[in-house]
Structure formats: structure tokens, C-alpha cells
Design a protein around this ligand. Structure first.
Ligand code: F58
Length: 844
């Protein structure tokens, strides 16, 4: 029966709709001023740049909403199979510019702002990025969400809404100091809280066994307390499509804002205490890169976001009336490293305890649902949790893990009847000393697919840390070489280069990066070469101006910009780069008239606050810079600068300005790297080892267009096995000895000989990352880079070929691989009706 809508509940067809969605310049200006007035509550004459930024951000967000809601509606109606990307980190970077690009309105908004007397660049600068990640792993998650939206793949990103993201880095007297990051302080216009979908998460307590009314054996978990997870949703729009997927981040809240007993007995402060403790869970991102610290709060963060997310998936299924038995048909859950690996036990718990499934049924679903991506081979980064801590916080999960392990070890026993050592080697429980839960083993046992992030990395996983699992389940293992989004790291960050490319080969490359290949036919075109060089020069000049203004250091835009920007870690060997600088400096001191290619060495990156050696490396770089930059003998041929507070936003400025990209990790240590890809697609050449994705980059661009040096991973292992003695290298290599001695003498530290001694001692007597073994090869290769840079034509040719051959490294390719290989998901296009005032939905 057709019901007549209550006329009071039908939105009148006013022009509001057009102001919220319209894309022409007049509408954009009107909508912007409207938001300035009604959201920021300001007249233009007293508005700050931040007010303008907020008004513009809301104007853009309005234009996402129809697409976002239509996307969700379509997925619901179609019951679409969905990827859930579980990650403790999402390093998104600023939203405004990216949304302008993806909506295709960058130039129009720029004009609209100009007509209002505002500068879009200045407004973009206002945005504080949500720094909810440490480095590559978090940024990869963000690139993948961008590609999934662009490829119209139904997906949800699930993570934690940290109140404090990665710390802000300042440099004082050459040392890193940390300040808390208050990314929410001026308001965050991109998210919508959804308190109505909050979920409870149990913590601590004990379990009880009982028999239910149907005579079944059951377990009840009586928690010590309950924390609520409140979802905060951000729309993520794809490039020139209507798909806007959701990033759902969980914020922890107390289950009750007051403990009423304590409150009524007069203990007001005690009553608020629990609220505080609960909210701590999502308070701060752990600032470690490639190390696992084993802190209780970290385990709480993991169970918190995992439990919230799995409960949310179950709610979605119930809403779509899909029976829970089809969980693995509705969802594939990708675990970004082992941080979400507790999900294996949590899904078992939800299915068995809360939804009455049998063990076999629940295990069948679980092992068809999860997939696990490994991001590191470093032993110190492999997560293990002490059994005692697990028992205290997650008593039910520990029982389930014991059961999973027992059944798994039964399989191992059958498979290796004569090899009892396999049981202890593969067990999810490490019993070699204090007992631990090994999260990587749990992830391997509970997943249908296991992947590394570059070809070499996957091979090393199979031979090394996950060897036993590979033998047992060879079909689960596969490689998915990382990729990055060209929308952010080319179109947005390097508009001039992007325009020059589009003028030659058309615009399709942005979505089909392989098309960059077509640029190869322009490699000998003098106009294109000239334009390519000019673009790089202009961008370098802009960076030089920025550095002059912010650091008071003059740098020469004609010099070779040699950049190493990434987390500071011994395995990444920023100090090897520093040794080259000292070597060059020593040569100049020995012969001030020596011919050398002028170079600007730029560094950026944060050190984990507790990682002393990494902080000392920052100090060393600054100390070298202080001397080199003002020594008149150098005659400005070398400049060394550490750029503080490296972030996604800053990275976008850096990649386009680089001539040389430093990717110099000890072979076998860098799982993939993604900065290496971003530099190369912006026309930087790479100096690098055969590590991670460097190997594949070199394969693609051609060995003649890549500066290779150093030992291979196999050589690294072999040299270590022989008994590596770094001191021998020090004694037999005069330039190396001179460089080390100069640092040791206090030359760069106002005569203080002790300052760098811990770093130098480690190098001379242990040198875990084999800087000394690679030193000479690196120096020779760097000298060769300097020569090639003088040959402008040759260099230009090499850079054009690098850009042209980067197609493989789009995150779109990586996501397509995941979809085809084991996600088994296909695109779901979203249709949007053209605007018409009559099309406004009524409340009926
Ligand atoms: C990085 N890992 C790898 N971990 O080091 C890099 O080679 C790779 O390209 C990238 O992942 C993406 O696959 C990484 O960034 C972390 O930062 C973890 C954060 C949480 C604590 C443990 C380290």
C-alpha cells in the first residue's frame, strides 16, 4: 500500500542541495562563505587562515558525502564481499589536497579561492595531518585504501583513533627532542563519530565453564571491566570514481562515565579514575619502528581495535541479514603485520562463545577469513607476549590459543613423526625460557594466505623466520610487492611534472601507471628533456628558498640534491651516508682545490624516542653539518642539513626535489621500502643495495639507470658466518680510518671525544649492519654518481627512463594482485544520479 508522506517530514526542494554538492566556481565560493559563517562562526574580516581552511574542508567534505552514503548503501543492498584491512596504523597525510584531486576540482577551487582573495597553497599548509603511524607500514595502509577506493573495491579500514599520533620532532643543539602531537587541537573536519555503533570490549577477569539449557558445554568470560569502542568514520574517495570507502577508527571510552557506587559514596575522583584508565587505550601511538616493546597498554590497544572491528563486521552481517556461517564469504580480513593477529582467537571466541558455533565450524570460518602480511625480518620486531600478561588481560583468548595450538601440534606431529624438535620450533607458545605467545605463529596457523612485501623479502621469509610454516603450508605463501599511490605522490605532490606527462601521453597514466611507458618515446625529445630539467630545477629552487627561510642556510639549486628521508635506524644506515660526507670533507681539507661535484645532503626522519643510537646518528649528522656548512675551504660545494619533523606532508615536498635517493640498507634487512618508489617516480635516481624492492626497481628501470653497490643478502650472511671483523676494514682502508678518526677526535663535537664514542665503538667492534664491509663500494659508487651528474644529458635521460618505468610500483597493481590472488573480490561501481532538486530524499 502506498502511504502518503507526512508533508511536515518532507524536505522542501530548496537550493541547499546545490550548495552542498555543486561544483561550479560560483557555487563553491557561496558554499565556502556559508561554511565560514555557519560552521566557523566568523565574518571573513576576522577569520584566521585556519578558519578559511576549515570552511574549505567542510565545503569539500560536503561534496564527498553523497558519494560516501551512496557507496555504503550500494554495498548494503548488494551484500558486497568486502576487504577489511586491519592495521594498528594509518599514516594518511593531509586530506584536503587529495580530495580536491580525486574530485577533479583542484583548479576550480584554486580559482574560487583566488577570486575571494585567498591562496589555496596557504590553506593547504594549514592542515595538520593525522600522524597515526610510524612509517612505511602505516603509509602503505593509507596507499592501499586509496587504491581500493579508486579500483571500486568494497573495503573498510579498521584501526585506532589515537588522540596523540607520532610525536612532533624538533632539533635542539643538534639533538632530537620530542613534543606531543596534538593533531586534533584545531578541529578535524574529515571524520564523523558514530556513537550509535559503539561496542563493548571485555578486559581481564576469569572464565567459567557451564552447561547451557541445551546441554552443551560452554564457557563464560567474566571480565574485570569493559571498555567501549566508539567508531569515528572518515570517507576515502577514490580518484575520479564515485566510490568513497570508509576508514573506521576506534576511540576508547569508559563503559559508564561514572562508577556510581564510588560516586555515591563520595569518591568523585575515584569514580572518574576508571574513565581515565579506559580512555588511555586510544591515547597515544607507540613511536617505535621495527621493534616490539611488549608493553601491556600495547596489547590492550591490539585487542581493543580487533574486537571492536570483528564485532562491527558481525553487526554489518546482521544488518544485511547474512547468516554468520557465511562470514568468510562476506569478508576477507587482511592483517597488517601481527599487531592485529589476536583476531584469530577473537573471531573464534565470538563465533563459539557468543554465537554458539562448534569448534570445527568456527575454525573453518576463521581459517578461510584471515590473511597475514609480514613487514619485517628483524628478530627484535617479531611480537611475543608473555603468557602471564595474556592470562591477566585475555584469559579466554589464552584458553582458545592453547586449544588452537594443541590441534595444530597434532598436525605437526603427523607431518613430522620423526622430528620432535618441530613441535617446539613451530608451537604458538614459545617455551624455551619464560613462556610467550608468538604472534607470527598464531597469524600463520590462522590464515589462508601469508605474504611478504617484496620478492626478496618473501624468499627470505620462506628460507628463514617462517621456513617451517612454508614447509608445512607452501600454498599459503605468496609475494605482494608493495606499491604507492600516484595520486598523492605524483599528481598532488608534483603537479608540474604530472602536467608535463599528461601533455605528452594523456591523463590515463594516473589510474594505469603502466602507461608511463609511453614516455620512453620522448626520452630523446629535446623539448621534453628541457622541460623535465626545468621542472626539477624550479622545484629545487623552491626547496632552497624554504631552507633559507626556515634554517638560514643557503643551498645551491644547481648542486646535486642527495636525499635520505625515512625513519632513523641503524639498518637503514644513515651513518654510512654520513661517512661519505666526512670522506668528501677530508678530501677537500687535504686538497681544497680538488674537483668535486657540488652536493646538498638532506636528511629527514624521526628516531624512536628510546633508541639512543638512532638519536646519536641525528646528532652526528647535525654536528657534521655545523662544521662543513661554514668551513671556507668547502666553498659551498657541500651542504649538509637535517630537516626536522619529517611527515607525509613534508615528504610530498621532498620527493620532487631529489636528484639522488638514498636506499642503502644492509641487504636482507629492509623488507621492501616504499620511499624508494616515491623518489624514483619523481625523477630521482637511486643509489642502493640489492635489498627489498630496490631489486625490482632496478630490474624495471634497467641496471644502467640505477646506482648499485654493496653486498647481496647472501654475501652478508656468508661474511657473518666467516666471522666478520670490522676493525680489519678500519685498519686497512685509509679513507675509512681518516673519517672515523676525525669523528673520534672531537673535530665535529667542539673537541668532545666522548660524544660519538658509543657509535664508533659499535662500528669498530660489532658493526651489526656491516657499514665497514660496504664502505668502499659505497664511496666508489657515490663518486661515480658525482661524475654522471656532470653529464646533464645522460642524467636527464636516466631520470626520464626511471619515471617511465615505474608503472609496476603503483599501489593499484598491488591491490589488483591481492584481489585476484586470494581476496577474490571484484569492483562494485557506484552510480550517482545527476543533481535535481526533486531528488532530495524525504525522511519517509
Ligand atoms: C616497514 N615496516 C618496512 N614497521 O620496514 C618497510 O621495508 C616496508 O616497506 C613497509 O613496512 C611497508 O611494507 C614498518 O614500517 C613499523 O613501523 C612497525 C610499527 C609498529 C611497531 C613495529 C614496527
Amino acid at each position: 500500500m502506498q502511504t502518503v508522506p507526512d508533508p511536515r517530514l518532507v524536505c522542501p526542494p530548496v537550493r541547499v542541495e546545490d550548495d552542498r554538492t555543486g561544483l561550479n566556481i560560483e557555487t563553491l565560493k557561496r558554499a565556502f562563505l556559508d561554511n565560514l559563517f555557519y560552521i566557523q562562526g566568523k565574518f571573513p574580516d576576522i577569520a584566521t587562515q585556519n578558519d578559511y581552511y576549515m570552511a574549505l574542508a567542510y565545503t569539500v567534505r560536503d561534496r564527498l558525502l553523497k558519494r560516501w552514503l551512496k557507496t555504503a548503501q550500494t554495498y548494503t543492498e548488494q551484500g558486497s564481499r568486502t576487504v577489511c584491512y586491519l592495521s594498528a596504523e594509518f599514516l594518511l597525510g593531509p586530506h584536503l589536497g587529495k580530495n580536491l584531486i580525486n574530485l577533479g576540482i583542484y583548479d576550480d577551487v584554486q580559482q574560487a579561492m583566488e577570486e575571494l582573495g585567498l591562496d589555496l597553497e596557504t590553506l593547504l599548509e594549514q592542515e595538520e595531518e593525522p600522524g597515526l603511524g610510524n612509517g612505511g607500514l602505516g603509509r602503505l595502509a593509507a596507499c592501499y585504501l586509496d587504491s581500493m577506493a579508486t579500483l571500486e573495491i568494497p573495503s573498510i579500514g579498521y584501526g585506532i583513533r589515537y588522540e596523540y599520533g607520532i610525536f612532533e620532532q624538533d632539533i635542539r643543539d643538534g639533538w632530537q627532542i620530542e613534543r606531543s602531537d596534538k593533531w586534533l587541537r584545531s578541529g578535524y573536519p574529515w571524520e564523523v563519530p558514530r556513537p550509535e555503533w559503539s561496542v563493548p570490549v571485555k578486559i581481564g577477569g576469569h572464565t567459567e565453564q557451564y552447561t547451557d539449557e541445551r546441554g552443551r558445554f560452554r564457557v563464560r568470560w567474566v571480565p574485570h571491566h569493559v571498555v567501549m569502542g566508539v567508531p569515528h568514520d572518515t570517507p576515502l574517495l577514490g580518484y575520479q570514481v564515485n566510490t568513497a570507502n570508509t576508514l573506521r577508527l576506534w576511540r576508547a571510552e569508559a563503559a559508564e562515565s561514572f562508577d556510581f557506587d564510588a560516586f555515591n559514596s563520595g569518591d568523585y575522583v575515584g569514580a572518574v579514575h576508571e574513565k581515565m584508565v579506559s580512555e588511555n587505550i586510544s591515547k597515544v601511538l607507540y613511536p617505535n619502528d621495527n621493534i616490539s616493546q611488549g608493553k601491556e597498554l600495547r596489547l590492550l590497544q591490539q585487542i581493543f581495535f580487533v574486537s571492536c572491528s570483528l564485532q562491527d563486521m558481525i553487526r554489518i552481517m546482521e544488518g544485511q541479514k547474512i547468516p554468520l556461517e557465511k562470514f568468510h564469504e562476506k569478508f576477507v580480513v587482511q592483517m597488517n603485520d601481527t599487531h592485529p593477529a589476536i583476531a584469530v582467537a577473537e573471531l573464534m571466541r565470538l563465533l563459539i562463545d557468543d554465537h554458539c558455533m562448534t569448534w570445527d565450524q568456527a575454525w573453518g570460518i576463521t581459517t578461510r577469513t584471515f590473511a597475514y602480511t609480514n613487514h619485517t625480518l628483524l628478530p627484535e620486531a617479531l611480537e611475543r607476549w608473555p603468557i602471564a600478561l595474556f592470562k591477566k588481560l585475555l584469559p579466554r583468548h589464552l584458553e582458545l590459543i592453547y586449544e588452537i595450538n594443541q590441534r595444530f601440534l597434532d598436525d605437526v606431529r603427523i607431518r613430522y613423526p620423526e622430528q620432535p624438535q618441530m613441535l617446539s620450533q613451530m608451537s604458538i607458545i614459545d617455551e624455551s625460557g619464560e613462556r610467550y605467545v608468538r604472534m607470527a605463529h598464531l597469524a600463520c596457523v590462522g590464515s589462508m594466505a601469508i605474504n611478504g612485501v617484496a620478492a626478496l623479502h618473501t624468499e627470505l621469509l620462506k628460507q628463514g623466520v617462517l621456513h617451517d610454516f612454508y614447509e608445512m603450508y607452501p600454498k599459503k605463501f605468496n609475494n605482494k610487492t608493495n606499491g604507492v599511490t600516484p595520486r598523492r605522490f605524483m599528481v598532488l605532490s608534483n603537479p608540474r611534472l604530472s602536467r608535463a606527462i599528461t601533455e605528452r601521453i594523456g591523463p590515463n597514466w594516473v589510474k594505469h601507471l603502466d602507461e608511463l611507458k609511453k614516455l620512453e618515446s620522448y626520452v630523446d625529445d629535446p623539448n621534453f628533456r628541457q622541460e623535465f630539467r626545468q621542472i626539477k630545477f624550479d622545484i629545487k629552487q623552491e626547496l632552497a628558498t624554504y631552507i633559507q627561510q626556515n634554517y638560514g642556510v643557503a643551498i645551491n639549486p644547481n648542486s646535486l640534491f642527495d636525499i635520505q628521508a625515512k625513519r632513523i635506524h641503524e639498518y637503514k644506515r644513515q651513518h654510512l651516508n654520513a661517512l661519505y660526507i666526512v670522506t668528501l670533507y677530508n678530501r677537500i681539507k687535504a686538497n681544497p682545490n680538488i674537483e668535486i661535484t657540488p652536493r646538498t645532503f638532506l636528511f629527514g626522519g624521526k628516531a624512536a624516542p628510546g633508541y639512543y643510537t638512532a638519536k646519536l646518528i641525528i646528532k652526528l649528522i647535525n654536528a657534521i653539518g655545523d662544521v662543513v656548512n661554514r668551513d671556507p675551504d668547502v666553498r659551498d660545494r657541500l651542504k649538509v642539513l637535517f630537516l626536522k619533523d619529517y611527515s607525509v606532508k613534508f615528504a610530498q615536498r621532498i620527493y620532487p626535489a631529489a636528484d639522488l635517493s638514498e636506499q642503502i640498507s644492509t641487504a636482507g634487512k629492509e623488507a621492501s621500502g616504499t620511499g624508494n618508489m616515491k623518489f624514483a617516480m619523481n625523477g630521482a635516481l637511486t643509489i642502493g643495495t640489492l635489498d627489498g624492492a630496490n631489486i625490482e626497481i632496478r630490474e624495471e628501470v634497467g641496471e644502467e639507470n640505477f646506482f648499485l653497490f654493496g653486498m647481496t643478502a647472501d654475501e652478508v650472511y656468508a661474511r657473518k658466518a666467516q666471522g666478520y671483523n670490522p676493525y680489519d676494514y678500519y685498519q686497512s682502508n685509509s679513507e675509512l680510518k681518516l673519517a672515523i678518526d676525525r669523528i673520534a677526535s672531537g673535530f665535529f663535537s667542539h673537541g668532545d671525544r666522548k660524544l660519538f664514542q658509543p657509535l664508533l665503538d659499535t662500528l669498530m667492534h660489532r658493526d651489526d649492519y656491516m657499514l665497514f664491509a660496504d664502505y668502499q663500494a659505497y664511496i666508489d659508487c657515490q663518486d661515480y654518481v658525482g661524475q654522471v651528474f656532470q653529464d646533464v644529458d645522460r642524467w636527464t635521460r636516466m631520470t626520464i627512463l626511471n619515471v617511465a618505468r615505474m608503472g609496476k610500483f603503483s599501489s593499484d597493481r598491488a591491490i589488483r594482485d591481492y584481489c585476484e590472488d586470494f581476496w577474490k573480490i571484484s569492483p562494485v561501481p557506484i552510480e550517482i544520479e545527476e543533481y535535481s532538486p526533486e531528488a532530495i530524499p524525504s525522511l519517509q
